[in-house]
Design a protein around this ligand. Structure first.
Ligand code: B12
Length: 350
């Protein structure tokens, strides 16, 4: 086993204990922070667990990009609830110190490299997010109108808007990749920067899922039967809109897709692959620490000689950040969006 994997396993298996120790140490070192956060002890511990999970996964994937991206995301997230950057840096320094107590010198060097990257990235602290609705793209007006209607909870008008666009020749695929995808990403950005509440994010996502289902009569199904695909989100992954879009695009291309959706445990996916014998397994993850579950299911399938005909294609947020990650998890292919997923599946099976 390589040292990255060993360190990642060590962090994961000790992260609960480490995280409590970090917050206790923080309170003993800083009475001011103790005063400010004592009531929030559990919350702080759970935040530190979250940080350790991301660091462990980035180390496991040997990816500096993943850890840098996490820091940028975190700084924006905390800035908008007025947590000062120095408190975040202080937490990470204590995390590093606590981890040091558990590991050998060789692993200390590796851990220090990642903590060094984290702390350097924090120093920049000038991160801005920009709206996904801006920029140059063909369906910009339609996307902005749709987004406004969602904000006003006008779902019926939103459906009519899109049906009218489809009736006047706009392609359903463009609506998926521009209107729905950009809307979802923008909802995320506004949630991250506290312009939308969790409740609003839930409502708007549910509205878009309902609207997608209303547009199914507009999906163009091919008469061709190219083969069978299982599409699933791994383990504890709840972000299902992306893989749903991938499945719909593949259906339109002539693939019979069996959609397992969010939250599919490794065992469930493995059993479904045995039962259905698909040509392709499409796996999605959004949350970086869930990459471990991607690796787990891929290993299981690759080690099972009865399944050596199954091609595995992966995608989702971390794969778009780190373009070589799909090789790292030992998948056969990757695509950055639903349209490219179709090309990739055809290439792998052609
Ligand atoms: C809706 C949403 C949720 C919903 C999901 C509900 C649902 N039914 O899907 C809920 C409320 C459950 C949720 C929870 C969380 N979320 Co959330 N969520 C989102 C949001 C706003 C939209 C996701 C979405 O629909 N995207 C639209 C689709 C179309 O885009 P996509 O997933 O990238 O998919 C495309 C490609 O990636 C690719 N692709 C995807 N899968 C696959 C698979 C294959 C095989 C291929 C080839 C291609 C491919 O093709 C797709 C289509 O073109 C995003 C914002 C964002 N930027 O995505 C945040 C976001 C992903 N969430 C985020 C976070 C932090 C969380 C939570 C951790 C919050 C929390 N503390 O609880 C939890 C984690 C839950 C979990 N265990 O999974 C962060 C992640 C940041 C980070 N650094 O990791 C984001 C980016 C928001 C933000 N800007 O801060 N979330």
């Amino acid at each position: 086993m390589d040292i990255e994997r060993e360190l990642a396993i060590l962090i994961r298996s000790n992260r609960d204990r480490l995280s409590e120790a970090v917050i206790n140490d923080m309170f003993s070192k800083s009475p001011k922070l103790k005063d400010k956060y004592e009531q929030l002890f559990e919350r702080l511990v759970s935040d530190v667990k979250f940080h350790y999970d991301y660091i462990a996964e980035a180390i496991d994937c040997s990816s500096e990009t993943l850890v840098k991206e996490y820091v940028r995301w975190l700084l924006v997230f905390f800035r908008d609830i007025n947590v000062p950057q120095r408190e975040i840096s202080f937490t990470f320094k204590l995390m590093q110190k606590e981890l040091h107590k558990q590991i050998t010198d060789e692993k200390k060097n590796l851990a220090d490299r990642y903590f060094g990257i984290i702390l350097a990235e924090m120093e920049k602290n000038d991160y801005q997010t920009t709206s996904y609705l801006e920029g140059d793209y063909p369906l910009k007006d339609l996307t902005k109108k749709y987004f406004q209607l969602l904000l006003l909870h006008k779902r019926r008008e939103a459906i009519d808007l899109l049906k009218n666009a489809l009736d006047s020749g706009t392609s359903i695929k463009d609506i998926y990749l521009q209107v729905f995808q950009k809307t979802q990403w923008e909802i995320g950005r506004r949630w991250q920067t506290k312009q939308l509440t969790v409740a609003e994010e839930h409502t708007f996502t549910a509205a878009t899922q309902m609207i997608i289902s209303q547009l199914y009569p507009y999906l163009f199904y091919s008469d061709e039967f190219k083969g069978k695909i299982i599409a699933a989100c791994v383990g504890s992954e709840l972000h299902e809109v992306g893989i749903r879009m991938v499945a719909d695009f593949l259906e339109m291309d002539g693939w019979n897709t069996i959609y397992l959706g969010a939250n599919s445990p490794t065992k469930t996916i493995y059993e479904a692959v045995h039962k259905e014998k698909p040509d392709v397994l499409a796996l999605s993850t959004t949350i970086i620490p869930h990459l471990r579950q991607v690796r787990e299911i891929i290993n299981l399938i690759k080690q099972d000689h009865r399944l050596n005909y199954v091609k595995i294609v992966v995608g989702g947020y971390p794969f778009n950040l780190e373009k070589s990650l799909w090789k790292q998890v030992k998948a056969d292919g990757f695509a950055e969006n639903a349209e490219k997923a179709v090309d990739e599946v055809n290439r792998l099976t052609g």
